[in-house]
Design a protein around this ligand. Structure first.
Ligand code: NAP
Length: 246
Protein backbone atom coordinates (compact mmCIF):
# COMPACT_ATOMS: atom_id res chain seq x y z
CA UNK A 1 0.00 0.00 0.00
CA UNK A 2 0.94 3.64 -0.49
CA UNK A 3 2.11 4.27 3.10
CA UNK A 4 3.18 0.80 4.21
CA UNK A 5 5.55 0.94 7.22
CA UNK A 6 5.26 4.72 7.55
CA UNK A 7 4.91 6.31 10.96
CA UNK A 8 2.58 9.31 10.69
CA UNK A 9 1.78 11.81 13.46
CA UNK A 10 -1.38 13.90 13.02
CA UNK A 11 -2.33 16.74 15.37
CA UNK A 12 -6.02 17.43 15.89
CA UNK A 13 -6.68 13.79 14.98
CA UNK A 14 -9.92 13.56 16.96
CA UNK A 15 -12.17 15.44 14.55
CA UNK A 16 -12.71 17.06 11.17
CA UNK A 17 -9.85 17.08 8.69
CA UNK A 18 -7.39 15.53 11.16
CA UNK A 19 -9.61 12.50 11.71
CA UNK A 20 -10.27 12.02 7.98
CA UNK A 21 -6.57 12.28 7.14
CA UNK A 22 -5.68 9.84 9.94
CA UNK A 23 -8.19 7.28 8.66
CA UNK A 24 -7.01 7.72 5.06
CA UNK A 25 -3.32 7.26 6.02
CA UNK A 26 -4.14 4.19 8.14
CA UNK A 27 -6.12 2.70 5.26
CA UNK A 28 -2.94 3.03 3.17
CA UNK A 29 -0.88 1.02 5.64
CA UNK A 30 0.57 3.76 7.89
CA UNK A 31 0.89 3.45 11.67
CA UNK A 32 -0.77 6.51 13.18
CA UNK A 33 0.16 8.60 16.21
CA UNK A 34 -3.06 10.45 16.98
CA UNK A 35 -2.43 13.66 18.93
CA UNK A 36 -5.16 15.95 20.21
CA UNK A 37 -6.73 17.65 23.16
CA UNK A 38 -9.75 15.45 23.84
CA UNK A 39 -9.15 11.83 24.77
CA UNK A 40 -12.71 10.67 23.93
CA UNK A 41 -12.60 11.88 20.32
CA UNK A 42 -9.09 10.51 19.82
CA UNK A 43 -10.38 7.15 21.02
CA UNK A 44 -13.17 7.28 18.42
CA UNK A 45 -10.57 7.81 15.68
CA UNK A 46 -8.45 5.02 17.18
CA UNK A 47 -11.44 2.65 17.26
CA UNK A 48 -12.27 3.35 13.61
CA UNK A 49 -8.67 2.69 12.56
CA UNK A 50 -8.25 -0.53 14.52
CA UNK A 51 -11.70 -1.83 13.54
CA UNK A 52 -10.53 -1.58 9.93
CA UNK A 53 -7.37 -3.54 10.78
CA UNK A 54 -5.05 -0.53 11.06
CA UNK A 55 -2.54 0.46 13.72
CA UNK A 56 -2.60 3.55 15.90
CA UNK A 57 -1.71 4.99 19.25
CA UNK A 58 -3.23 8.03 20.96
CA UNK A 59 -1.48 10.98 22.59
CA UNK A 60 -3.86 13.26 24.51
CA UNK A 61 -1.92 16.54 24.72
CA UNK A 62 -3.09 20.14 24.90
CA UNK A 63 -1.03 22.16 22.41
CA UNK A 64 -1.87 25.38 24.24
CA UNK A 65 -0.69 24.44 27.72
CA UNK A 66 1.43 21.29 27.45
CA UNK A 67 4.22 22.02 25.01
CA UNK A 68 6.67 21.05 27.78
CA UNK A 69 5.55 17.41 27.25
CA UNK A 70 6.73 17.30 23.64
CA UNK A 71 10.37 16.36 24.35
CA UNK A 72 9.08 13.29 26.25
CA UNK A 73 6.80 12.47 23.33
CA UNK A 74 9.83 12.62 20.99
CA UNK A 75 11.69 10.26 23.31
CA UNK A 76 8.80 7.78 23.33
CA UNK A 77 8.56 7.82 19.52
CA UNK A 78 12.33 7.32 19.32
CA UNK A 79 12.18 4.32 21.63
CA UNK A 80 9.15 2.75 19.98
CA UNK A 81 9.77 3.42 16.28
CA UNK A 82 13.24 4.98 15.96
CA UNK A 83 11.96 7.52 13.44
CA UNK A 84 9.01 9.60 12.23
CA UNK A 85 8.14 9.57 8.52
CA UNK A 86 5.38 12.18 8.40
CA UNK A 87 4.28 15.02 10.68
CA UNK A 88 0.95 16.68 9.88
CA UNK A 89 0.51 19.98 11.75
CA UNK A 90 -3.26 20.15 11.45
CA UNK A 91 -4.68 21.17 14.87
CA UNK A 92 -6.00 24.70 14.98
CA UNK A 93 -8.52 27.04 16.55
CA UNK A 94 -10.48 29.90 15.03
CA UNK A 95 -10.29 32.41 17.88
CA UNK A 96 -12.74 35.27 17.59
CA UNK A 97 -13.89 36.96 14.41
CA UNK A 98 -13.56 40.58 15.45
CA UNK A 99 -11.63 43.61 14.19
CA UNK A 100 -8.01 43.51 15.33
CA UNK A 101 -8.48 46.75 17.28
CA UNK A 102 -11.10 44.99 19.44
CA UNK A 103 -9.32 41.64 19.64
CA UNK A 104 -8.91 40.33 23.20
CA UNK A 105 -5.19 39.82 24.00
CA UNK A 106 -5.75 36.50 25.87
CA UNK A 107 -7.50 35.06 22.78
CA UNK A 108 -4.70 36.39 20.59
CA UNK A 109 -2.14 34.58 22.78
CA UNK A 110 -4.10 31.35 22.71
CA UNK A 111 -4.52 31.32 18.92
CA UNK A 112 -0.86 32.09 18.35
CA UNK A 113 0.15 29.32 20.72
CA UNK A 114 -2.05 26.57 19.26
CA UNK A 115 -1.83 27.54 15.58
CA UNK A 116 1.77 28.71 15.26
CA UNK A 117 3.99 28.13 18.30
CA UNK A 118 2.89 24.50 18.72
CA UNK A 119 3.66 23.49 15.10
CA UNK A 120 7.02 25.25 15.39
CA UNK A 121 7.92 23.52 18.64
CA UNK A 122 6.61 20.11 17.58
CA UNK A 123 8.55 20.25 14.32
CA UNK A 124 11.68 21.46 16.08
CA UNK A 125 11.61 18.65 18.63
CA UNK A 126 10.71 15.97 16.08
CA UNK A 127 13.27 16.99 13.43
CA UNK A 128 15.87 14.40 14.57
CA UNK A 129 13.24 11.67 14.15
CA UNK A 130 12.20 13.00 10.73
CA UNK A 131 15.87 12.98 9.76
CA UNK A 132 16.10 9.35 10.83
CA UNK A 133 13.35 8.50 8.32
CA UNK A 134 14.23 7.79 4.71
CA UNK A 135 12.28 10.79 3.41
CA UNK A 136 10.71 12.80 6.24
CA UNK A 137 7.72 14.92 5.25
CA UNK A 138 6.08 17.76 7.21
CA UNK A 139 2.64 18.97 6.11
CA UNK A 140 1.35 22.25 7.54
CA UNK A 141 -2.37 22.94 7.28
CA UNK A 142 -2.92 26.58 6.31
CA UNK A 143 -5.85 28.56 4.90
CA UNK A 144 -6.74 31.04 2.16
CA UNK A 145 -6.60 33.84 4.76
CA UNK A 146 -2.94 32.94 5.34
CA UNK A 147 -2.14 33.83 1.73
CA UNK A 148 -4.17 37.06 1.72
CA UNK A 149 -5.24 38.76 4.95
CA UNK A 150 -8.98 39.30 5.45
CA UNK A 151 -10.90 41.66 7.73
CA UNK A 152 -12.27 40.12 10.95
CA UNK A 153 -10.26 36.89 10.70
CA UNK A 154 -7.92 38.27 13.37
CA UNK A 155 -5.21 36.14 14.94
CA UNK A 156 -6.31 33.11 12.91
CA UNK A 157 -5.32 34.74 9.61
CA UNK A 158 -2.08 36.02 11.11
CA UNK A 159 -1.09 32.55 12.33
CA UNK A 160 -1.90 30.96 8.98
CA UNK A 161 0.29 33.56 7.24
CA UNK A 162 2.98 32.61 9.76
CA UNK A 163 2.55 28.94 8.78
CA UNK A 164 2.93 29.83 5.10
CA UNK A 165 6.16 31.70 5.82
CA UNK A 166 7.41 29.00 8.21
CA UNK A 167 6.90 26.44 5.44
CA UNK A 168 8.98 28.50 3.00
CA UNK A 169 11.75 29.26 5.51
CA UNK A 170 12.04 25.84 7.05
CA UNK A 171 11.76 23.92 3.78
CA UNK A 172 14.91 25.67 2.56
CA UNK A 173 16.74 24.85 5.77
CA UNK A 174 15.60 21.23 6.01
CA UNK A 175 15.82 20.36 2.31
CA UNK A 176 19.53 19.48 2.36
CA UNK A 177 18.95 16.97 5.18
CA UNK A 178 16.30 15.13 3.15
CA UNK A 179 13.24 16.43 5.01
CA UNK A 180 10.61 18.25 3.00
CA UNK A 181 7.99 20.68 4.30
CA UNK A 182 4.91 21.75 2.36
CA UNK A 183 1.59 23.34 3.21
CA UNK A 184 -1.98 22.42 2.35
CA UNK A 185 -4.87 24.84 2.11
CA UNK A 186 -7.97 22.66 2.59
CA UNK A 187 -10.41 25.30 1.32
CA UNK A 188 -13.88 25.50 2.89
CA UNK A 189 -14.59 22.03 4.31
CA UNK A 190 -17.59 20.80 6.32
CA UNK A 191 -16.17 20.68 9.88
CA UNK A 192 -16.94 22.14 13.31
CA UNK A 193 -14.51 25.00 12.71
CA UNK A 194 -16.12 25.94 9.42
CA UNK A 195 -19.57 25.90 11.07
CA UNK A 196 -18.20 28.19 13.78
CA UNK A 197 -16.92 30.66 11.16
CA UNK A 198 -20.05 30.45 8.94
CA UNK A 199 -22.94 29.41 11.22
CA UNK A 200 -25.69 29.90 8.63
CA UNK A 201 -23.99 27.99 5.82
CA UNK A 202 -25.44 24.81 4.28
CA UNK A 203 -22.73 22.30 5.12
CA UNK A 204 -24.10 19.82 2.60
CA UNK A 205 -22.84 22.18 -0.11
CA UNK A 206 -19.22 21.93 1.11
CA UNK A 207 -16.63 19.24 0.40
CA UNK A 208 -16.34 16.72 3.23
CA UNK A 209 -13.12 16.14 5.16
CA UNK A 210 -12.88 12.69 3.59
CA UNK A 211 -12.98 14.12 0.08
CA UNK A 212 -9.91 16.34 0.56
CA UNK A 213 -7.53 13.65 1.88
CA UNK A 214 -5.78 12.78 -1.45
CA UNK A 215 -3.37 15.75 -1.24
CA UNK A 216 -2.26 14.58 2.20
CA UNK A 217 -1.66 11.04 0.91
CA UNK A 218 0.34 12.49 -1.96
CA UNK A 219 2.55 14.61 0.32
CA UNK A 220 3.01 11.74 2.78
CA UNK A 221 4.07 9.34 0.03
CA UNK A 222 7.16 8.85 -2.12
CA UNK A 223 5.28 10.34 -5.07
CA UNK A 224 6.06 13.81 -3.70
CA UNK A 225 9.70 13.12 -2.89
CA UNK A 226 10.91 16.09 -4.95
CA UNK A 227 8.24 18.50 -3.72
CA UNK A 228 9.51 20.91 -1.06
CA UNK A 229 8.42 24.39 0.05
CA UNK A 230 5.20 24.28 -1.98
CA UNK A 231 1.68 25.39 -1.06
CA UNK A 232 -0.92 22.94 -2.32
CA UNK A 233 -4.64 23.57 -2.68
CA UNK A 234 -6.53 20.46 -1.53
CA UNK A 235 -9.41 21.11 -3.96
CA UNK A 236 -7.06 20.65 -6.93
CA UNK A 237 -6.00 17.22 -5.66
CA UNK A 238 -9.37 15.63 -4.97
CA UNK A 239 -9.05 13.31 -7.96
CA UNK A 240 -5.44 12.29 -7.22
CA UNK A 241 -4.73 8.59 -6.90
CA UNK A 242 -1.34 6.89 -6.80
CA UNK A 243 -0.13 5.77 -10.23
CA UNK A 244 -0.54 1.99 -10.69
CA UNK A 245 2.68 0.10 -10.02
CA UNK A 246 3.96 -1.27 -13.33
P1 NAP B 1 -11.92 21.03 13.79
O1 NAP B 1 -12.82 19.90 13.46
O2 NAP B 1 -12.34 22.05 14.77
O3 NAP B 1 -10.53 20.40 14.19
C1 NAP B 1 -9.54 21.09 14.91
C2 NAP B 1 -8.75 20.07 15.69
O4 NAP B 1 -7.71 20.74 16.41
C3 NAP B 1 -9.62 19.35 16.72
O5 NAP B 1 -9.39 17.95 16.67
C4 NAP B 1 -9.15 19.95 18.03
O6 NAP B 1 -9.24 19.06 19.13
C5 NAP B 1 -7.69 20.24 17.72
N1 NAP B 1 -7.21 21.21 18.70
C6 NAP B 1 -7.69 22.46 18.93
N2 NAP B 1 -7.05 23.01 19.96
C7 NAP B 1 -6.15 22.10 20.40
C8 NAP B 1 -5.21 22.10 21.44
N3 NAP B 1 -5.07 23.13 22.30
N4 NAP B 1 -4.44 21.00 21.61
C9 NAP B 1 -4.57 19.93 20.79
N5 NAP B 1 -5.45 19.87 19.78
C10 NAP B 1 -6.24 20.95 19.58
O7 NAP B 1 -11.57 21.86 12.48
P2 NAP B 1 -10.96 21.47 11.06
O8 NAP B 1 -11.68 22.28 10.09
O9 NAP B 1 -10.86 20.01 10.89
O10 NAP B 1 -9.49 22.10 11.20
C11 NAP B 1 -8.31 21.41 10.88
C12 NAP B 1 -7.32 22.39 10.26
O11 NAP B 1 -7.81 22.82 8.99
C13 NAP B 1 -7.10 23.66 11.08
O12 NAP B 1 -5.72 23.98 11.10
C14 NAP B 1 -7.86 24.70 10.30
O13 NAP B 1 -7.35 25.99 10.50
C15 NAP B 1 -7.68 24.22 8.89
N6 NAP B 1 -8.63 24.75 7.91
C16 NAP B 1 -9.93 24.33 7.93
C17 NAP B 1 -10.82 24.83 6.99
C18 NAP B 1 -12.27 24.40 6.96
O14 NAP B 1 -13.05 24.95 6.17
N7 NAP B 1 -12.69 23.43 7.76
C19 NAP B 1 -10.38 25.75 6.02
C20 NAP B 1 -9.05 26.15 6.03
C21 NAP B 1 -8.19 25.63 6.97
P3 NAP B 1 -10.51 19.18 20.13
O15 NAP B 1 -11.70 18.79 19.32
O16 NAP B 1 -10.18 18.21 21.19
O17 NAP B 1 -10.53 20.59 20.58
Amino acid sequence: MLLDNRIVLVTGAGSGIGRAVSLACAAQGATLILLGRTQATLEETYDQITAAGGEATIVPLDLETQLHRIPDLAKTIQERYGRLDVLINNAGILGSMTPLSAYEPPIWEKVLRVNLTAPFFLTRELTPLLRAAEAGSVINVTSSVGHQGRAYWGAYAVTKAGMVNMTETWSQELGPSGIRMNSVNPGGTATEMRAQAFPGEDKEALPTSDSITPVFLYLASEHSKDVNGEHLDARKWIEWAPPEAS
